[in-house]
Design a protein around this ligand. Structure first.
Ligand SMILES: *Cc1c(COP(=O)(O)O)cnc(C)c1O
Length: 459
């Protein structure tokens, strides 16, 4: 057995033991950072070590500091697990170590990216001619789509931002809902577009269609001008409530105003893949671009986001490049759809997850996550003094336990007990318990065990 195989065998053994431990280990990490540093040793050794020993040390020393993110009882943030076929494919991605920049040099990657892209558009109910770029996550997917948006609306106003930059060009008006995800603000910051103009949202976080229409027909603050280059950002899946903007009306008024319409659907866009939940995304397919994650609802390993743009040439002119030393295809290469040059073969894991689940499996996955969320809501409503604050339309549940202090106490006790991992948040000025059901492996039993733990923490 050579050194490489010995190291891989170590990694395989540790991985299998880790995955097997998920159903019963406490969900929170047991050891703090400094303990892990001590176990690893902070000094860089002078002498080499054998790869298998290094892997063994890494896995053994880190184990107490790992959170059971891929297990069935992690409900913090919006975090998917690792669907088995996607996880195993991810090992191949590392072993194959393909540079996925160019069609001519990575035909296998390009083929898989093209097939996975077409399957995604089909499942998400989006036009088949859209371009699909595989990014690190939804933050970068939003950034990628909004770059195409910025460049296109400025080009329509006679300004070439790629050539001339933003300085001296017409102002770009960017309009978003009050309850957009902060990733939108980050993307706009990277793009030099500043903060978005905010439109009020309703109690569930849905942008107010009438207020959006009024904003679009009024002039931008401080400009006194009418219509200029405009981008409207909508949302499929609010991080607290799971709510979806009302797309038929909002997309129509944005279109009438000549705006580029972008949708942040990091976890919510997947509703379209389930016949039982597709109504939530009705009208969404009329937008110009969409950002979503594969590492959330689809449950591929980190990291994988998807930037989808209706007009492939808009994405290519925003992200494409020419290099004398590259071997480039006239119809574009994988690199022409994303910000990075060298990068990981992310589409391999997406293909594996989709091929393994099939159309019905993806729909079942979405339906199961939503069903678990409804079970959580029902169970929490039955607890004395507890209130579910959102309409549970998708995978998110927000609850409070009488007052902020008690809500925080319940959260602290729950985390200390370790059956599940659920985080708090502040929503509409009150402390809430925020449950996000995003893991394929969550079972009815996991939900029941977690509800018992919540009841204990609240008693
Ligand atoms: C998670 C999330 C993002 C950011 O996605 P990353 O993959 O973490 O970069 C953006 N928008 C929404 C609605 C999200 O839930």
């Amino acid at each position: 057995m050579d050194e490489r195989e010995a190291a891989l065998r170590q990694a395989h053994g540790h991985s299998v033991r880790w995955l097997a431990s998920l159903s019963d280990r406490p969900v929170p990490a047991r050891a703090p950072v400094d303990e892990i540093v001590r176990a690893l040793g902070a000094e860089l050794p002078d002498a080499p070590s054998t790869p298998a020993d290094v892997v063994d040390l890494l896995a053994t020393a880190c184990e107490p500091g790992l959170t059971a993110f891929p297990g069935g009882r992690f409900y913090g943030f919006v975090v998917g697990g690792t669907e088995p076929a996607a996880l195993a494919a991810d090992w191949l991605v590392s072993a194959w170590d393909q540079n996925c920049v160019m069609r001519a040099v990575s035909p296998a990657y390009t083929a898989v990216e093209e097939i996975a892209g077409a399957w995604l558009l089909d499942l998400l109910g989006l036009p088949p001619a859209c371009a699909v770029g595989f990014t690190t996550g939804a933050t970068m997917a939003n950034f990628t789509c909004l770059t195409a948006a910025r460049d296109t609306v400025l080009r329509s106003a006679g300004w070439n931002v790629a050539h001339d930059g933003l300085t001296g060009g017409p102002p770009v008006r960017v309009i978003a809902g009050q309850d957009r995800h902060m990733a939108i603000d980050l993307a706009l910051r990277y793009l030099g577009l500043g903060r978005p103009e905010l439109v009020p949202a309703d109690g569930q976080g849905r942008i107010d269609p009438e207020a959006l229409r009024r904003t679009l027909t009024s002039s931008a603050p401080g400009t006194g001008e009418g219509r200029g280059p405009t981008i409207v950002i909508l949302q499929a899946g609010d991080i607290h409530s799971g709510a979806f903007d009302s797309f038929p009306e909002t997309v129509r008024s944005a279109r009438e105003a000549g705006a580029w319409v972008h949708v942040d659907g990091a976890f919510g866009l997947w509703a379209a893949a389930s016949p039982a939940h597709a109504h939530l995304t009705e009208g969404c397919a009329q937008a110009d671009s969409w950002a979503t994650d594969a590492h959330k609802t689809l449950n591929v390993p980190y990291d994988c986001g998807l930037a989808i743009v209706r007009d492939p040439s808009a994405l290519r002119s925003a992200m494409g490049l020419r290099g004398e030393y590259l071997i480039q295809h006239e119809h574009g290469d994988p690199v022409d759809k994303v910000p990075e040059l060298s990068r990981r073969g992310r589409a391999f894991t997406v293909w594996a997850a989709l091929r393994s689940l099939g159309r019905s499996g993806v729909a079942d996955l979405v339906d199961r996550l939503c069903r678990h969320a409804r079970t959580f809501a029902t169970g929490i409503r039955a607890i004395d003094g507890a209130t579910v604050l959102n309409d549970v339309v998708f995978t998110q549940v927000c609850a409070e336990f009488g007052d902020d202090e008690r809500t925080d106490r319940v959260l602290d006790r729950l985390l200390a007990e370790g059956t599940a991992w659920i985080s708090g948040s502040t929503w509409h000025g009150r402390r809430v318990m925020r449950i996000s059901v995003s893991n394929w492996s969550t079972t009815d039993e996991d939900v029941a065990r977690t509800l018992s733990a919540i009841r204990r923490a609240a008693s």
